[in-house]
Design a protein around this ligand. Structure first.
Ligand SMILES: NC(=O)c1ccc[n+]([C@@H]2O[C@H](COP(=O)([O-])OP(=O)(O)OC[C@H]3O[C@@H](n4cnc5c(N)ncnc54)[C@H](OP(=O)(O)O)[C@@H]3O)[C@@H](O)[C@H]2O)c1
Length: 282
């Protein structure tokens, strides 16, 4: 496939860095399967990979990075610090462990995976991420699953918002207020579980009908909606044909009526936990 993926810009201290607007997620993909999946994604044209320490597959992702002909500097690599490693020394150690498993000496984006409010250490964790960026161990830093109060607190206590906030977004959970807060504060929104697979979003009759009208699949319609609302999107699949299908989004556009119809499916329905209440690993 020859489409080139649009990029978005992330704040990274005194400069900006470019991130592909479409990437490849690997949550729940076992370590022994992830190498083939990432290899197929890279061969298809994806240049952004989203993993996390807690996914248990950083070594398998690392194997794919070593095997590919695509140079490391052409790949945008994201990993995340898990809830049990919040703090200063523990976050530094977590990054070193992730880099060792990935077999690389830097990641492009390092994210706090959850605010984990019961632990109340996300501000110190954020300060550590900012230091790691200044030291060149990571190119940009951000968070996942932060609600507005968590984000405001980072700004109040450190003077800097994350470059990106990776949150659950799909047509049943459009997160309009949080996405707007992100946008106003120059925080890129990155949509996780974009297909809403656990809620069967792609079977929704409105999505299916737009798929028929555009000649695309329901998954492609939903992913195109994410791109057109301005998000970064990171679909996951272990199925080669779906990996390719999810990358084939750049030869059609949804019109305003179709965009509005998909956005109107919002039910405020999460498939994952509420970040205010999620304290696993604390
Ligand atoms: N920061 C966080 O807290 C957080 C939380 C969740 C996810 N994430 C990130 O976001 C990424 C994406 O989210 P996700 O993995 O939850 O879900 P997703 O990408 O929305 O959906 C993945 C599921 O949809 C299926 N699928 C993929 N493409 C399809 C297609 N074209 N047609 C039909 N079915 C399709 C996959 O099946 P097959 O694999 O069998 O093809 C898989 O079961 C994750 O992998 C991870 O990197 C982050």
């Amino acid at each position: 496939m020859t489409h080139s993926v649009p990029t978005t810009f992330l704040r990274a201290g005194d400069h900006m860095i470019e991130m592909p607007q479409l990437g490849f997620g690997v949550w729940e993909v076992p370590d022994d399967k992830v190498t083939d999946a990432v290899a197929h994604a890279l061969a298809t044209g994806y240049r952004s990979i989203d993993t996390a320490a807690v996914y248990g597959n950083e070594e398998g992702v690392g194997r794919a990075l070593r095997q590919t002909d695509v140079p490391r500097e052409d790949i945008f690599l994201t990993t995340k610090v898990w809830n049990d490693a919040h703090g200063t020394d523990s976050t530094r150690a977590a990054l070193e462990e992730s880099l060792g498993k990935l077999g690389t000496d830097y990641v492009d984006l390092y994210l706090i995976h959850w605010p984990t409010p019961a632990k109340d250490a996300y501000v110190d964790t954020w300060k550590t991420l900012l230091d790691l960026r200044e030291q060149g161990r990571v190119r940009a830093v951000g968070v996942c699953n932060f609600n507005q109060p968590h984000l405001r607190r980072l700004m109040e206590e450190t003077g800097e918002y994350p470059a990106i906030n990776q949150i659950e977004v799909h047509p049943y959970l459009t997160q309009n207020e949080l996405r707007e807060f992100n946008e106003v504060n120059d925080i890129v929104t990155e949509d996780w579980s974009p297909l809403g697979a656990r809620l069967n979003v792609i079977d929704d009759p409105a999505v299916v009908s737009i798929a028929k009208a555009t000649g695309k699949t329901p998954a492609q319609v939903v992913l195109r909606w994410h791109l057109q609302i301005g998000s970064v999107v990171i679909p996951r699949s272990v199925t080669p044909s779906r990996i390719e299908q999810n990358f084939d989004l750049f030869d059609f556009e949804l019109d305003d009526t179709q965009m509005t119809a998909i956005s109107a499916l919002d039910q405020g329905k999460r498939s994952g936990p509420n970040p205010d209440e999620f304290n696993v690993g604390a």
